[in-house]
Design a protein around this ligand. Structure first.
Ligand SMILES: NC(=O)C1=CN([C@@H]2O[C@H](COP(=O)(O)OP(=O)(O)OC[C@H]3O[C@@H](n4cnc5c(N)ncnc54)[C@H](OP(=O)(O)O)[C@@H]3O)[C@@H](O)[C@H]2O)C=CC1
Ligand SMILES: Nc1nc(=O)c2c([nH]1)NC[C@@H]1CN(c3ccc(C(=O)N[C@@H](CCC(=O)O)C(=O)O)cc3)C=[N+]21
Length: 297
């Protein structure tokens, strides 16, 4: 059998960012509106600092305004809620992202639910989660949206496909399962208590791993020809003491069985940031009562 085709998330994300950039330029010319994204980082987690820096850079490259707020590890819940409320009231800010995880003295759900749902470009507010679950227009979480875009581009119509999502977090697994259900897939959500996970995975035409366990999904868990989406970002010890990124799927095994697969790095990660920019553009348009542009590639 021939090896799986590699789904190039990095290249797709670059094209999506370019599309967003074109629409941002048009919005400036036609409506005098520049979309703005505020990113809040609490504490000094090195991985989070890298992501926040990349987000800021790509926001500016798309022609949008970027506002970065860095708060100390010892920030109180009240201070963070005050900042969110200030950003809610700021007309130049169309999107607000509070980087997760937050330090333990802070109640994350309370913070996320304080963000104005119309500025909630992460799609984590309970209103947006509920709107997604009931099939209404919502701001959709970026990672699941990135997965769906790649799947639709690669497979076209998804209706009737058996999809298995491993992982049931509020930020990846659950919203992705909702999106796939919306595409009329037959969806199974697996998790740490699932019995015989390999057998569940072998049923999947579309297999998504969003677990946080390096190389957990083995080649013999995959139905031959299936499409495999690897959301996992795991930093592991590489050669000569260097760290490297691996996914939740054992890529070398999977590539021999799957029909198509996303790599790590260069798969879903870059799509997540591109979708964040797309959501910010959407939020800015809606704030002005303008229709959000169609960004399908
Ligand atoms: N590419 C990107 O842009 C992003 C990547 N990520 C990455 O995706 C991965 C998942 O993230 P996130 O959803 O936030 O993680 P969480 O830790 O919130 O959720 C992990 C899920 O995996 C399940 N799980 C854990 N161990 C097993 C196991 N042995 N077998 C089956 N299921 C298991 C858990 O089950 P249970 O509920 O039963 O505990 C849980 O539902 C991480 O690697 C993260 O770094 C996350 C966000 C964005
Ligand atoms: N409020 C909030 N929203 C998020 O969307 C959010 C978050 N908090 N906390 C952390 C996770 C993780 N996440 C990633 C984004 C981009 C890459 C990414 O670009 N990865 C590159 C590699 C980057 C590298 O080399 O480290 C790739 O996979 O190719 C990865 C992970 C967003 N998250």
């Amino acid at each position: 059998m021939t090896d799986a085709s590699i789904i190039d998330g990095k290249a797709f994300a670059a094209r999506l960012r370019e599309r967003v950039g074109q629409e941002v330029a048009r919005l400036k010319d036609d409506a005098g509106l520049t979309p703005g994204l505020a990113v809040v980082l609490v504490g000094e987690d090195p991985a989070s600092q890298v992501y926040v820096r990349n987000k800021g850079k790509q926001t500016l490259e798309a022609g949008m305004q970027s506002f970065e707020h860095r708060l100390s590890e010892s920030t109180t819940q009240e201070e963070l809620l005050d900042l969110v409320e200030t950003l809610n009231a700021d007309p130049e800010v169309h999107g607000i992202l509070v980087q997760l995880p937050l330090p333990e003295q802070i109640d994350s759900a309370a913070v996320l639910d304080t963000i104005d749902p119309t500025k909630d470009v992460d799609g984590f507010h309970v209103i947006n989660a509920g709107r997604l679950a009931t099939g209404q227009d919502a701001l959709v979480p970026c990672t699941p949206l990135g997965c769906l875009m790649l799947l639709r581009h690669h497979l076209g119509d998804l209706s009737g496909q058996r999809a298995v999502v491993v992982g049931r977090s509020n930020i990846v697994g659950k919203p992705l399962a909702q999106l796939l259900l919306g595409e009329s897939c037959t969806v199974t959500i697996a998790h740490s208590r699932t019995r015989d996970l390999p057998a569940e995975c072998r049923n999947a035409d579309i297999l998504v791993a969003a677990v946080g366990r390096p190389k957990m999904v083995k080649g013999d868990w995959i139905k031959p020809g299936a499409t495999v989406i690897d959301v996992g970002i795991n930093r592991v010890e590489g050669e000569e003491g260097k760290t490297r990124l691996v996914g939740d799927v054992d890529f070398d095994e999977a590539v021999k069985v799957a029909g198509a697969i996303t790599p790590v790095p260069g798969g879903i990660g870059p799509m997540t940031i591109a979708c964040l920019l797309a959501n910010t553009l959407t939020a800015a348009c809606r704030a002005r009562g303008l229709p959000a542009p169609d960004l399908t590639l």
